[in-house]
Design a protein around this ligand. Structure first.
Ligand code: PBG
Length: 329
């Protein structure tokens, strides 16, 4: 034999030297769920070890994330039931929970990049990402609300707005609305290839945002399709997206790779709530080693081509990466 691939796998030091993919805390975007009130840190049943925070507690948590090397949070606000309606009016309230949270975080920790979910579902009495008329989710009326929502977040100080709705034409509309309102430096992270996935279940528990009727298949993408993902990505880049995202991550690693090959913009992937919950559940039963599963999973998402990874494991990963030899190859 003249080539023996095992030579470079001989020991941990060699494996580390030739590792092709490395995780760094600044790769991660940490999702943060905000609720009204103060002094609250509330567990989420289907997202073990993850919490909804009132703003005061969220600020403490976000400072800790920053000290661990995490540089971006993605905010989700839980809208109280009595403020929900079909038009998502509360989403535009300049003193709404989301807007207060953005201002609070940028004031106490201006260095942290604040990203905001731009979508109507947490505010919709129907739990849909758009306005409902005759049992249909209407596109253009919804895009108008989304553009106003993005501007409202930018006004509050958001660095990045992240539309997660999958309406047609929303990136261009949001970009133009931001330009018109003179927010020339607000970035758009587009959930460009977002599939109609069962893996969002725990997230919808966290925000109480499950659709009241039907499903999201008329706007989110069919898991059977690749070409539609590439088309959505191309459109969003043309329309002005600064970062494009694929979601979920694990069942769509092929899509992440293909998107990375065609995109000149950074590519993000969202390791979603159900993907996190699967690892947690198996670990709880003693069927998987959680730490190893967390690293292997996240590495696979980065190896596939994601420059940024939104993950509920952000804090845990950062902690372990910061410990010496926490993850020997
Ligand atoms: C809202 C939104 C969802 C997620 C992010 N933004 C849920 C949905 O589209 O139903 C899912 C995130 C996760 O499951 O972790 N549009």
């Amino acid at each position: 034999m003249i080539t023996r691939p095992r030579i470079l796998r001989k020991n941990s030091a060699l494996r580390s030297l030739v590792a092709e993919t490395r995780l760094h805390p600044s790769d991660f975007i940490a999702p943060v769920f905000i609720i009204e009130g103060s002094g609250i840190k509330e567990p989420i049943a289907s997202l073990p070890d993850y919490f909804r925070y009132s703003l005061d507690k969220a600020l403490k948590e976000i400072k800790e994330l920053y000290s661990l090397g995490i540089r971006a949070v993605l905010l989700f606000a839980k809208c109280p039931e009595h403020l929900k309606d079909n038009e998502g009016k509360e989403a535009l309230n300049p003193n709404g929970l989301m807007q207060q949270a953005i201002r609070g975080i940028k004031k106490s920790l201006p260095e942290m990049i604040v990203m905001t979910d731009v979508a109507m579902d947490p505010y919709s009495s129907y739990g849909h990402d758009g306005i409902v008329q005759n049992n249909e989710i209407v596109n253009d009326e919804s895009v108008s609300v989304l553009s106003q929502m993005a501007v409202s977040h930018a006004k509050a100080g958001a660095d990045v707005v992240a539309p997660s709705d999958m309406m047609d034409g929303r990136i261009e509309a949001i970009r133009l609305a931001l330009e018109q309102a003179k927010f020339h430096t607000t970035a758009i992270l587009s959930y460009s290839a977002k599939y109609a996935s069962c893996f969002y279940g725990p997230f919808r528990d966290a925000l109480d945002s499950a659709p009241g009727f039907g499903d999201k298949k008329t706007y989110q993408m069919n898991p059977a399709n690749r070409m539609s993902a590439l088309k959505e990505i191309e459109l969003d880049i043309k329309e002005g997206a600064d970062i494009v995202m694929v979601k979920p991550a694990l069942s769509y690693l092929d899509i992440i790779r293909e998107v990375k090959m065609i995109s000149r913009q950074p590519v993000a992937a969202y390791h979603v709530s159900g993907e996190y919950a699967m690892i947690k559940a198996a670990a709880e039963k003693g069927w998987l080693n959680e730490e190893e599963a967390m690293f292997e999973t996240t590495l696979s998402v980065k190896r596939a081509g994601a420059d940024l990874i939104a993950t509920y494991y952000a804090k845990e990963l950062a902690k372990k990466i910061n410990q010496n030899n926490a993850y020997d190859s």
